[in-house]
Design a protein around this ligand. Structure first.
Ligand code: ADP
Length: 428
């Protein structure tokens, strides 16, 4: 503060005046009184300057501060530059807000800001069009009172915003909306609403196409398989010369049958049609049956297949789907594990999950393949896997079935040591 020449001058003037006044006062033997008068006058002067400053800050409309000598001039100037700075910042912020408003107005996606309780604070034009909101009356309303689709209410209840939600638009059933909520700050949420009708339609066309093709393939395949069954060289010795091609044809027809079945099952899972419905399932019984089938499939591979049951828990699930998922995991283990290998199947639980675990000491899978294993037709070694009878859809089916049951697939594997597939069913 004393670095400023005004403050130094103020100090020296005050000191000089007080000194001179004290000298004059001493001539009349009134030193203290004279000093008191000088200080009182100085205080009054400061008070006047303070009141001028106060008036200028609160009441005056003048842009520039009143002029004043010495430090008060310095103080007025500092306030003036502070105010100018603030005005500049305010203008900058206003520009940013107007730009933000203009850009969100231009957005084709709906954007809403809602509070933790779901009250609407702000929304853009697209949100009005997609959700049928009215800017005049809907600000302050709870979004979940205006958008009453059961899936949306459930989405809000669970508040797991990891995945977006798809619901029909409340003003047009034929429009499909993708809703993504993101929490920010504390208690603020940003809701993005996107019209995905076209994408949804294309996805439906793709699913219907795969389902129809698979369905159409089934009948000719059944006829071919039926005739191939009849052309058995053991019953018809004159077919002995074509026994090998017939065997190959039978094998290929069988593989194709599995492929068609897997494609049909995936189509059903895609369209979320569960033909069997959900019922309380005895998982011990289910895994026991699958193990017996696995032993038959293993045949002369001389593998050790063991089932370890550590819980009696049941699951409310679709029997057909879970049978298919667990069979895929167990049959993969049989298929890819070498002769004499060990396969262990567990049904167990921890504090938060029920877990089906399928473990083998087979060749293992390179870590770089693991994230892609559940993609349709992804194979580690396409030629070999196809020759082993795989359709390339097994793990895609497992992933879909588990997703359908709010469960999760985890894969651990080490080359040369074996693989472990976990199905986590949340207890919640
Ligand atoms: P596929 O019908 O070819 O078996 P999946 O989707 O079931 O298709 O499996 C994908 C790929 O994952 C397989 O091609 C195989 O390479 C690999 N795989 C699956 N399970 C195992 C396992 N237990 N051990 C080693 N590799 C496996």
């Amino acid at each position: 503060m004393w670095g400023s020449r005004y403050w130094q001058a103020e100090f020296w003037v005050l000191a000089f005046v007080t000194f001179v006044a004290a000298l004059i006062g001493s001539l009349f033997e009134r030193t203290l009184e004279v000093i008191a008068v000088i200080i009182f006058a100085y205080l009054c002067w400061n008070l006047i300057q303070l009141s001028r400053l106060f008036r200028w800050l609160t009441k005056s409309k003048a842009l520039y501060p009143p002029s004043a000598p010495g430090v008060w001039g310095e103080i007025f100037n500092s306030f003036y530059s502070l105010q100018r700075q603030n005005r500049k910042e305010k203008r900058k912020l206003q520009d940013i807000i107007s730009e933000f408003r203009a850009s969100t107005r231009a957005l084709k996606d709906g954007v809403l800001i809602i509070s933790n309780q779901g009250e609407i604070r702000w929304f853009n034009k697209a949100a009005e069009a997609l959700l049928g909101l009215k800017s005049g009356s809907d600000i302050g309303q709870r979004l979940f009172n205006l958008l009453r689709h059961p899936d949306f209410i459930e989405y809000e209840k669970v508040r797991d915003y990891e995945k977006p939600l798809m619901i029909p638009s409340p003003i047009n059933d034929e429009k499909i909306l993708n809703i993504q909520i993101t929490s920010y700050n504390e208690g603020q949420r940003l809701v993005m609403v996107r019209d995905v009708t076209e994408k949804h339609h294309l996805e439906r066309v793709r699913q219907d196409f795969v389902a129809n093709v698979s369905h159409e393939l089934r009948t000719p395949l059944t006829v071919i398989s039926g005739y191939l069954e009849m052309l058995d060289p053991e019953v018809n010795p004159h077919l002995e010369s074509v026994a090998k091609p017939l065997k190959m044809m039978r094998q290929q027809a069988l593989n194709m049958g599995h492929l068609v079945d897997d494609l049909l099952l995936l189509s059903k899972l895609d369209s979320k049609i569960d033909t069997n419905g959900h019922k309380e399932l005895d998982i011990n019984l289910l895994l026991d049956t699958i193990c017996a089938e696995a032993r038959a499939l293993s045949g002369d591979k001389n593998q050790q297949i063991l089932f370890h049951s550590h819980t009696k828990a049941t699951l409310k699930a679709s029997e057909k789907q879970l049978r298919s998922a667990f069979s895929n995991l167990v049959f993969n283990a049989i298929r890819y594990t070498q002769v004499g290998g060990k396969i262990n199947i567990y049904w167990q639980e921890d504090q938060t999950h029920y877990i089906v675990k399928v473990e083998d000491n087979g060749p293992g899978i390179d870590a770089r393949h693991i994230p892609r294993l559940t993609e349709r037709f992804y194979r580690v070694d396409p030629g070999r896997n196809r020759a082993q009878g795989g359709t390339g859809l097994g793990l895609a089916i497992v992933k879909h079935v588990l997703e359908y049951h709010n469960a999760e697939l985890k894969i651990e594997s080490t080359i040369g040591k074996g693989s472990c597939f976990y199905c986590y069913f949340s207890k919640a």
